[in-house]
Design a protein around this ligand. Structure first.
Ligand SMILES: [Zn+2]
Length: 88
């Protein structure tokens, strides 16, 4: 590991758990990746470069407040992907 965006892990984790609960027009893996990328663009990245930072950042990203922020970004992104899926 050289440098790692912990926000990516947090968004992937929440997206995996909530994917079935989202109201989205298509549940294919491409649309899922679109939602992931779009959510990450909406959220502030959390870059770390070592394991100590990983534990600390993980704890910070798992608070109720940040989980709610991440889920909001995912829900908003899924609305956009539903309206404009990149494939047909
Ligand atoms: Zn799709």
């Amino acid at each position: 590991m050289i440098i790692h965006n912990m926000m990516e892990d947090a968004v992937k984790d929440i997206l995996e758990k909530q994917w079935g609960n989202l109201s989205i027009s298509c549940y294919c893996s491409e649309c899922k990746m679109d939602v992931l990328a779009m959510s990450l663009n909406r959220l502030k990245p959390h870059y770390i470069r070592n394991r100590a930072g990983m534990m600390y950042t993980k704890a910070n990203l798992m608070t109720e407040q940040s989980r709610a922020t991440i889920l909001t970004a995912i829900v908003e992104s899924s609305k956009v992907v539903s309206a404009h899926p990149c494939h047909r």
